[in-house]
Design a protein around this ligand. Structure first.
Ligand code: NDP
Length: 449
């Protein structure tokens, strides 16, 4: 039987676009449907605009630090709408670049919502198209948790990039990646930030040293953190949003118009037509095997909609592994071992491999922990008490480095290189025999005793 397309991709985000291009490169006839903006969450509502805002939030600190280096910096002021306009102009430019890349790869683009009618037929806008294989790469969206009265008054991360004015007082709910990153961004830009978390520490799942060091630094920089909070409720009042919660006693925080729910994301599976297929859904996410194949043999899914490791580069790699396997004659699996990630807080945190707790659970006493905490050279003349933390987890018996963690400037840039070492099975002796780059913070990773 012949189909209109060899591959129909639903979702033009990072995963969908990378997969389409890779499959087309192998000669497959490919179409992608995107009902919103090509580039998806990463380009328009996540990584990219967020990182621009992170850069912006660092300037007040850098103006202060400049004085220690002999500079007199004039009066500074910040214009929220100038920043958000510049950020949104850039993401619009990137959308055009994505479209250009797809056009050059001969991938057909449908600017419409797609719904699966049967395992080989997709309704897209007012057309019906058929495809031999379908890839679902629809991503996820932030959600507001049930059980918090008044949560409907809270904005989510999607909204902040278009928020008309800088929130003066903001309450952020959640201590994960998004909550922490935006607490730091808005704090750096001069908003009064209260972050409410239900645990005792932010960033559950990260190494404890990262959690403690980032949390302490955020508090030192001015984020008011209310941990161990329960019975959270939000109420709209004339003076703003009133957030009540219980810690030891009941507490109240007033925010300007906004509360910000950063309490996780969920796959976008509504109205996708999955009921017309054998595709299974587990805990709200599409169930797939190690080849990203669903229970419907010709339908695959990658990225956040499968809720495996929800990071842009993971979605891209899952998609490319699928395209290589199905269209490139190179059957391969995505490797989930040693995936590095970073949290763009101030200070930044980055990690690869096992946390100390995970390593102890897995290897018992067969681990050695190396830790170094120091004031980076940059902050000496700036006369600021900012610290960098670096940590290596090493298996005692094999000497293999199984975890690397860092809090401090350029943590993401540094851990990216360290991740290559872990991926290739480097030992502590290999680290030690590597010549450091002096003077740098990164050299500490090869000089830890
Ligand atoms: P996370 O899952 O990272 O964090 C959710 C936070 O919300 C946790 O602190 C959680 O608390 C809290 N929470 C959840 N439900 C409730 C509730 N009912 N009441 C109070 N608190 C609640 O989600 P995010 O939204 O921060 O990020 C979503 C995903 O996006 C992440 O998984 C990440 O992979 C990705 N991302 C990656 C980034 C990066 O790589 N730099 C940046 C931004 C996002 P608790 O810890 O107690 O469960």
């Amino acid at each position: 039987m012949s189909y209109d397309y060899d591959l129909f991709v639903i979702g033009g985000g990072s995963g969908g676009v990378a997969t389409s291009r890779r499959a087309a490169q192998y000669g497959a006839k490919v179409a992608v449907a995107e009902n919103n903006l090509l580039g998806g969450t990463c380009v328009h509502r996540g990584c990219v605009p967020k990182k621009f805002m992170v850069y912006s939030s660092h300037f007040p600190g850098q103006f202060e630090e400049a004085a220690g280096y002999g500079w007199t910096v004039g009066e500074s002021s910040f214009d929220w709408s100038k920043l958000t306009t510049a950020v949104n102009n850039e993401t619009t430019r990137l959308k055009g670049i994505y479209k250009g890349m797809l056009d050059r790869s001969n991938v057909a683009v449908f600017n419409a919502r797609a719904k699966i009618l049967d395992p080989h037929t997709v309704e897209v806008g007012d057309q019906k198209v058929t495809a031999e294989k379908i890839l679902i790469a629809v991503g996820g969206s932030p959600y507001r948790p049930e059980g918090i009265p008044g949560i409907e008054h809270a904005i989510v991360s999607d909204d902040i990039f278009h928020y008309p004015e800088q929130p003066k007082r903001i309450v952020i709910l959640g201590g994960g990646y998004i909550g922490c990153e935006f607490a730091c961004i808005l704090n750096g830009l001069g908003s009064e930030v209260t972050q409410i978390i239900r645990a005792d520490k932010i960033l559950r799942g990260f190494d404890d040293d990262i959690r403690v060091n980032v949390q302490e630094a955020m508090q030192k920089h001015g984020v008011c953190l209310l941990n161990n909070s329960k019975d959270i409720a939000i109420e709209k009042t004339d003076s703003g949003l009133k957030v009540t919660l219980k810690r030891d006693a009941e507490e109240t925080v007033i925010a300007d118009v906004v509360g910000f729910a950063a309490t996780g994301r969920r796959p976008n599976l509504d109205n996708l037509g999955l009921e017309n297929t054998k595709v299974e859904v587990n805990n709200g996410a599409i169930a797939v095997n190690e080849y990203s194949q669903t229970a419907e043999a010709n339908i695959y899914a990658v990225g956040d909609c499968t809720d495996r490791v929800n990071l842009t580069p993971v979605a891209i790699n899952e998609g490319r592994a699928f395209a290589d396997t199905e269209f490139g004659g190179n059957s391969r699996l995505m490797s989930y071992e040693n995936i590095p990630s970073a949290v763009f807080t101030t200070p930044e945190a980055a990690t690869v491999g096992l946390t100390e707790a995970e390593a102890r659970e897995k290897y018992g006493d067969d681990i050695k922990v190396y830790r170094s905490k120091f004031r980076p050279m940059y902050y000496t003349l700036a006369n600021k008490d900012e610290k960098t933390l670096m940590k290596l987890i090493v298996r005692a018996e094999s000497d293999r480095v199984v975890g690397a963690h860092m809090v401090g400037d350029s943590a993401a840039e540094i851990i990216q290189g360290v991740a290559i070492a872990l991926k290739t099975g480097a030992t502590k002796a290999n680290f030690d025999s590597t010549v450091g780059i002096h003077p740098s913070s990164a050299e500490e990773f090869v000089t830890m005793r």
